[in-house]
Design a protein. Structure first.
Length: 455
């Protein structure tokens, strides 16, 4: 029975939500109905008002992940504040994506204590983690039930035998009187004749509230009756200050609530301050310092990996080419005309823009230079030395494959018996009288006719 109760409590604290596949909105829905008041804060049997398990700890059997069918996340084990870790999901899956503590493809949206209607204790956030919803602060409701609701503490009435009473009536400690019978022995017929509520032969002198120095609560007069000595004005209770039979109130401390920050009532009509959170990213939630992880956008990170401020890293993605990640920013450093070997014209800057590398002056024009780059060239600065593949050098003119010839010059190139243009040659001189240019290479270069044939 204890194991079943512990399993129910742990399941209530550990169940997770999948927004599409499992839309749960309250603790009753999470638990599949209400639970009995097993006490504690999300686990353990018995009454516990400060978040721990009550009763005989040795009788509590911790709940396992298998008991509640949990594949991932954490669950309350029902016996202590240390949750059971049910592992994590494979890459691409989310804990809670296919139902409570089940891995699935649907992202899970975590819920808070208020979303779940939890007033105290430990409860699952719907995505595999455990929420601490604090302790009960109402002096009249100091017990956290299995349904994570604050309730009045359960009072166990005392019996006659526990109080050593043989006769008359005595207070039961829970606001009622219990009858302990009468004296039937003829030799000991008087209740109180052998001590308070003891049968004996001697006369009994009944106590009064004043004679007993009691100003509140119930009091046995020792002779078989129970006296009402009055009540206390809230927030004082009878014996609440530590002295039985007297009105008083013992202020609670932050440690009584397990409070790390914020303020809590002291139970005696005042409020006590429990300090603030020291961590940079910590906030005070339900009197607990909780680290709120920072996102990439909050830190202005566009790429790479950054700390989330809570002991873990967050991946901020990569940059689209041609940009690269520098200092968690996607940047691109444009190249220069000099780096590209461009002395003129335009060229791509490597970042999606265009470089203006200048213009040529005079008769110069912007021409390719070698295997890469460009430069301003004239007729005698071609930069493309040698004939193209399959061509032969003919003559002795300067190489100008990459530019035009200056005025009064013409191109010359030879390719196995066919005139082409590769070189600039000087203007051909006139052939002697009776001859004209002709032949396979009908050109003159270097002041000499290639072929002069008779008219």
């Amino acid at each position: 029975m204890a194991r079943w109760v512990s399993a129910l409590v742990a399941l209530a604290g550990a169940l997770v939500l999948a927004p599409a596949a499992c839309s749960l909105g309250s603790l009753d829905e999470l638990k599949g109905g209400g639970g009995s008041d097993a006490g504690g804060t999300g686990g353990g049997a018995g009454d516990a008002s400060t978040g721990g398990s009550a009763g005989d700890a040795g009788s509590c059997v911790p709940v396992t992940c298998d008991d509640v069918g949990a594949d991932c996340g954490k669950i309350a084990n029902g016996c202590s504040d240390q949750p059971a870790d049910c592992g994590s999901c494979e890459a691409g899956l989310f804990c809670g994506g296919a139902g409570p503590n089940k891995c699935g493809v649907t992202p899970c949206v975590a819920k808070g204590c208020a979303d779940l209607g939890a007033e105290c204790g430990k409860v699952g956030n719907g995505c595999g983690d455990i929420l601490d919803c604090g302790v009960c602060t109402d002096p009249s409701k100091t017990t956290c039930g299995a349904d994570n609701k604050c309730k009045a503490p359960t009072c166990v009435p005392k019996t006659c035998s526990q109080q050593g009473a043989e006769c008359g009536t005595v207070p039961d400690g829970c606001g009622n009187d219990v009858s302990c019978g009468s004296c039937t022995n003829a030799q000991n017929p008087i209740c109180g004749g052998a001590g308070p509520n003891k049968c004996g032969p001697n006369p009994c002198n009944p106590k009064t509230c004043n004679s007993a120095g009691v100003s509140c609560g119930s009091l046995s007069d020792g002779c078989g009756k129970t006296l009402d000595c009055g009540s206390c004005a809230a927030p004082q209770t009878c014996g609440g200050g530590g002295t039985p039979g007297h009105c008083g109130c013992t202020p609670k401390k932050c440690s009584d609530y397990g409070a790390e920050c914020g303020s809590v009532p002291d139970g005696c009509g005042k409020t006590i301050t429990c300090g603030s959170c020291a961590g940079t990213n910590e906030t005070c939630t339900n009197n607990k310092c909780v680290c709120v992880a920072k996102t990439c956008s909050q830190q202005g990170a566009e790429c790479g990996t950054v700390s989330n401020g809570c002991g873990s890293n967050v991946e901020c993605g990569s940059c689209a080419a041609p940009k690269t990640c520098n200092g968690n920013k996607c940047t691109c450093t444009p190249t220069t005309c000099a780096a590209l070997g461009y002395g003129c014209g335009t060229a791509p800057d490597g970042c999606g823009g265009t470089l203006d590398c200048g213009k040529c002056s005079g008769s110069n024009s912007c021409q390719p230079k070698g295997s890469s780059g460009k430069s301003c060239q004239n007729a005698y600065q071609g930069g493309c030395s040698g004939c193209p593949a399959g061509y032969d050098n003919v003559g002795s003119g300067p190489s100008i494959q990459c530019g035009g010839c200056p005025a009064a010059y013409f191109f010359m190139c030879a390719k196995t018996g066919v005139d082409r243009i590769t070189y600039c040659g000087s203007p051909p001189p006139a052939c002697p009288v009776g001859k004209h240019l002709g032949g396979e290479f009908s050109h003159c270069y270097a002041g000499t006719c290639t072929t002069c044939i008779a008219d």
